[in-house]
Design a protein around this ligand. Structure first.
Ligand code: PLP
Length: 397
């Protein structure tokens, strides 16, 4: 691994970015450090008992688990555990039907994380960069390390929305060096959406052959009527890739299933980089989950109610919260977030990692009512104490 080379290259591109004034280029090396211990080592896994006892508010999961309909489908599919050529229930066709597209417009992934990895492996060849708002879903950028690619980051607006006009401007200015544009909506970590009008403005105004990946992982939690899926652009044949996951509303994070909806030619470019390795059980789970809209509506309702309650409680304590349309939110701590995350951990509550440059905002997933009560107790406790000095070798500040 030629770190020296990449660091000096980063210095060069960073210099150009500084001169332009409105965007930043982030080295994957910095981002890769997130999710690791202070010395760069992987964090040790907790034991099963320890894990079960934690309030898990760090990964935007569905805390209730799959509904009965999905559990039943998975149980029945276990009989295929020893097979390759099993009937897979037509998961690709079911997803296509769900979105009104053809099966050729669907690519399955082992989680939508695989879709994002495949997009980067496909479109970031020959030194091409990903263009995105910053911060956004950091794992996309940490994957760049392994493929030796870089990103161009456009800062958020003061109200934490994505700056679509600045992304359009950057797309034109850096057209030759950009492999694809990544738009996460609702954005992880802020929870803010890009409206349907903004998506249209983006797609209509960037160079017409530049692929845009719209990550709709949190689609199902949105209430704002100005939000819409970008799938219709795929039907128009625009170079748009919509990524979806069964990990959030459908509670299948541990089972790994996501997919892309995109024009056939884009998927043809992407397919060689995909493993195509999806387990038998989750294929049946996905089919059942697509049909169980009632359970998903229930999860959405209880999640939004708990989000509202917790954010009002925090505001009552004098903390501002970024308005979210997802199953998580960000609270402004007015102090560095990393030591606070560690303090929460000591109290058995897992909360989100830092998302530079928002290093004083804590991302909190909406868990069960019990988990949110535990969060509030821990929050009052942790924040009542003076800030702990951040470790100097931490990668986040
Ligand atoms: N996209 C976003 C915005 C996410 O927040 C996540 C997970 O947290 C993913 C994609 C990947 O999820 P998975 O690989 O479980 O589908």
């Amino acid at each position: 691994m030629n770190i020296q080379n990449r660091v000096s290259r980063r210095g060069f591109v960073g210099g150009v970015a500084t001169a332009l004034g409105y965007l930043t280029v982030k080295s994957p090396i910095d981002l890769w450090a997130q999710g690791r211990g202070a010395n760069g080592q992987p964090r040790p896994r907790t034991t099963a008992d320890e894990y079960d006892a934690l309030a898990k508010l760090a990964n935007n999961e569905n805390p209730y688990g799959p509904p009965e309909s999905v559990m039943k489908a998975m149980t029945q599919a276990f009989k295929y555990a020893n097979r390759y050529g099993y009937p897979d229930g037509g998961i690709t066709e079911e997803i296509a039907k769900h979105h009104g597209v053809k099966p050729e417009n669907v690519m399955l992934g082992s989680g939508s994380g695989e879709i994002l990895d495949v997009a980067s492996a496909t479109f970031l060849r020959d030194g091409k960069k990903i263009l995105s708002a910053q911060p956004s879903y950091d794992i996309v950028f940490s994957h760049l390390l392994s493929i030796k690619a870089e990103s161009i980051g456009v800062p958020l607006l003061p109200d934490y929305r994505q700056d679509i006009p600045a992304i359009i401007k950057a797309a034109h200015r850096h057209y030759r060096s950009i492999g694809y544009v990544y738009v996460c909506s609702p954005n992880n970590p802020t929870g803010r959406i890009v409206t349907k009008d903004e998506i249209k403005h983006l797609i209509d105004n960037i160079p017409e052959d530049l692929p845009v990946l719209i990550d709709e992982a949190y689609f199902h939690f949105v209430d704002d009527p100005n939000y819409e899926t970008a799938v219709p652009y795929v039907l128009e044949g625009r170079p748009v890739i919509v990524a979806r996951t069964f990990s959030k509303i459908a509670a299948l994070a541990g089972m790994r299933l996501g997919y892309a909806i995109a024009p056939r030619d884009l998927l043809q470019q992407m397919r060689p980089s995909s493993t195509g390795s999806i387990n038998a059980v989750v294929k049946y789970a996905g089919i059942a989950a697509l049909k169980d809209t009632q359970s998903q509506a229930q999860v959405k309702r209880v999640t939004l109610d708990l989000r509202k309650k917790t954010t009002s409680d925090l505001q009552g304590l004098g903390y501002s919260v970024i308005p979210s349309e997802a199953n998580f939110f960000m609270v402004h701590l007015k102090r560095p977030v990393q030591p606070v995350v560690e303090e929460f951990r000591k109290k058995g509550v897992l909360v989100g990692r830092p998302f530079p440059p928002l290093v004083e905002h804590l991302r909190v997933s909406v868990g069960t009512a019990d988990e949110m009560s535990r969060f509030m107790v821990a929050f009052k406790d942790v924040m009542a104490n003076p800030p702990v000095k951040a470790a100097t070798n931490g990668a986040h500040h």
